[in-house]
Design a protein around this ligand. Structure first.
Ligand code: AMP
Ligand code: MN
Ligand code: MN
Ligand code: MN
Length: 280
């Protein structure tokens, strides 16, 4: 069985382990090929690569880009991206600026519900890159007794219709796909079942994504049920999209899957790594 994991997070975004600790954990779990895919930032990849080289792991340059599409938020993974491609790096920087602004709005919304000090409280969980997201607010809310764990926060706060929700405009799908693709990477729709798209919207998304140059979809991911895995394997084959697999690991206690040791792709899928070099 291939031990390959193409989706995980470090303290550069909202993971709990530093890039070094993350790669060390991947090595301990026998991962041979790892993509570090922090939200909207690639700053952990140099450190991750140094440790990966020591541990004989192939490190794939990755990122998970936040996108707005028809009023919904989608996550698009960039795999094997070029870190020197300026439009990609500038695009990510502008998304991070948007995150900072959104954090102020989230804190204002929480304030209205009597939850004080959440901006400083969330920043206490943020790494040195100062990239802030809802997970950092979630950790603050858990610490202050508003929910028992991070998963429960996302049932009571920070989502549509609940305290602390703000709508936000992320990158466009076409910008995200072209930043990735034009840098020489492959764009992959992360955790496609999470968007709860109806049949028609899903079809329209897959067609639009393909026509923009999108390469694949995640088939194996922690948030898919076995039925969803099979369903998205069929969508991948039907749409001639490559299939990817990743744990979406953020840290022990906050993730359904640990790093690596993921289920195999269903038969008939073409893996996103099918033509990567032999060492992968
Ligand atoms: P953001 O990109 O700042 O809006 O935050 C999105 C992140 O919040 C995701 O990448 C997850 O890490 C986390 N998240 C969203 N929904 C959930 C959930 N239901 N349970 C746990 N974490 C979640
Ligand atoms: Mn996350
Ligand atoms: Mn995601
Ligand atoms: Mn992720």
């Amino acid at each position: 069985m291939l031990n390959i994991d193409l989706h995980c997070h470090s303290t550069i975004s909202d993971g709990l382990l530093s890039p070094t600790q993350l790669v060390e954990r991947a090595a301990m779990r026998g991962v041979k090929t790892l993509a570090l895919t922090d939200h909207d930032d690639v700053a952990g990849l140099d450190e991750a690569r140094r440790v990966a080289n020591e541990k004989n792991i192939t490190l794939i340059n990755g990122v998970e880009i936040s996108v707005s599409w028809r009023g919904r938020t989608l996550h698009i993974l960039g795999l094997d991206i070029d870190l020197t491609y300026a439009p990609l790096i500038e695009g990510l920087l502008s998304i991070r600026h948007g995150r900072t602004e959104r954090a102020h709005s989230i804190a204002n919304e929480l304030e209205k519900c009597g939850i004080h000090g959440s901006l400083e409280g969330a920043y206490a969980h943020v790494g040195e890159r100062q990239l802030i997201g809802r997970t950092h607010f979630a950790r603050f809310l858990v610490k202050h007794g508003h929910a028992k764990d991070v998963k429960s926060v996302f049932k009571k706060f920070l989502v549509k219709g609940k305290p602390g929700y703000v709508s936000h405009q992320w990158a466009s799908l076409s910008d995200a796909v072209s930043w990735i693709t034009d840098s020489g990477g492959r764009a992959v729709i992360a955790h496609p079942a999470r968007y709860k798209l109806g049949k028609n919207s899903l079809d329209e998304l897959l067609h639009e994504f393909r026509s923009l140059g999108g390469a694949g979809i995640e088939v194996i991911t922690a948030s898919h049920t076995p039925e969803q895995t099979l369903l998205f394997a069929q969508h991948a084959q039907r749409m001639d999209l490559l299939a990817s697999c990743g744990s979406d690991y953020h840290g022990t206690g906050e993730s359904y899957f640990d790093l690596g040791q993921l289920p195999d792709l269903p038969t008939g899928c073409t893996p996103v790594w099918h033509d990567w070099n032999a060492s992968i």
